[in-house]
Write a protein that binds this ligand. Structure first.
Ligand code: ADP
Length: 319
């Protein structure tokens, strides 16, 4: 193998740069050239790529976002788009491709793998919503960002004895809400996986105040309801005023945590190792603290199990 490509695609996540660095350096160490493809599949179609050197990935391990940029490409989803990508890959002489992104990016990767391009996926998304891996790159950083924000909000919440609704990312997955809620000691965690009634929510808030709680912090995943409607309902039922904080894209940026950098480095190194062994159509994952290699097909056919135990624990501890 003489030359491989690497791209980041879909939503950016802190730690993607650490993964790019690991791919580039591991490949060059093994005598393989690396081309960085800009803006995900968009750059693959537009022939927007450049050779990467050891130094081109210097001073990036601590940076959020992705130096390769990222994008969403509708064209790549079409048959013609994939054909064009295959032509460009052949022209460039890429014999393997590392795709860092979420499940959409992996679907694209699998299309290429099916047509004979050796491809390895690295899960990079703050949502941690990819099956067959305990962690995705960026999740730990995003959770820590939420925790830091809630620490600050808590000071005001306690001083003013207020209810705060903190909306975090997660349209279909409550992972960020669950982990940050547990880490922040939030009174309530509302996530798409666990339906709730406004009556139960309000009873919980009122019981908390009756038991002497000075505030109530509600972590709401985007997909679990509209923060403004929840606020209005709480007011209607309990008379309590709540404040809303929407953390939004703040959660996507920032310097990656040590954990995200370590996972990203290990995954990047493993992805190159797999390509060198002639392996394709796999995702590098992280299960019980170890690197694992999973078929991309299996990733798509598996549903990520919800961590009921953690959810129950968070509820017990928030009493
Ligand atoms: P993520 O990778 O974060 O889940 P997206 O779902 O937006 O992000 O996917 C990123 C890109 O991957 C899309 O813009 C598209 O180019 C490509 N992609 C997504 N789904 C498919 C698919 N079914 N077939 C081919 N390419 C896809």
């Amino acid at each position: 193998m003489k030359r491989i490509g690497v791209l980041t695609s879909g939503g950016d996540a802190p730690g993607m740069n650490a993964a790019i660095r690991a791919v580039v350096r591991s490949a060059i160490f093994n005598g393989v050239e690396v081309y960085g493809i800009k803006r995900g599949y968009t750059g693959l179609l537009a022939k927007d790529y450049a050779e990467m050197s050891l130094r081109s990935v210097g001073d990036i391990i601590h940076r959020g976002g992705t130096i390769l940029r990222t994008a969403r490409s509708e064209e790549f989803k079409t048959k013609e788009g994939v054909e064009k990508a295959l032509k460009n890959i052949e022209e460039l002489g890429i014999e393997g491709l590392v795709v860092i992104g979420g499940d959409g990016s992996f679907r694209g990767a699998l299309e290429l793998a099916k047509r004979g391009v050796p491809v390895i996926g690295i899960p990079g998304t703050i949502d941690n919503d990819i099956p067959c891996t305990d962690y995705t790159i960026g999740f730990d950083t995003a959770v820590n960002t939420v925790v830091e924000a809630v620490n600050k909000i808590r000071d005001t919440a306690t001083s003013h004895e207020r209810t705060f609704i903190i909306e975090v990312m997660g349209r279909e997955s409550g992972y960020i809400a669950l982990y940050s809620g547990l880490a922040c000691g939030a009174e309530t965690i509302l996530i798409p996986e666990k339906p709730y009634t406004m009556k139960d929510l309000c009873d919980k808030i009122m019981n908390g105040y009756k038991r002497g709680k000075l505030h109530s912090i509600i972590i709401l995943a985007e997909g679990a309801g509209n923060a403004y409607e929840v606020r209005d309902k709480i007011k209607e039922i309990t008379g309590l005023e709540s404040r809303i904080i929407v953390l939004g894209h703040l959660q996507r940026g920032g310097t990656p945590t040590a954990f995200d950098r370590i996972v990203a480095s290990k995954m990047g190194g493993k992805a190159v190792e797999l390509l060198l062994e002639g392996i394709s159509g796999k995702m590098v994952g992280w299960v019980k603290g170890e690197i694992v290699v999973v078929d991309l097909e299996k990733v798509f056919s598996t549903k990520k199990p919800f961590d009921d135990e953690l959810y129950e624990l968070a509820n017990v501890l928030a009493i």
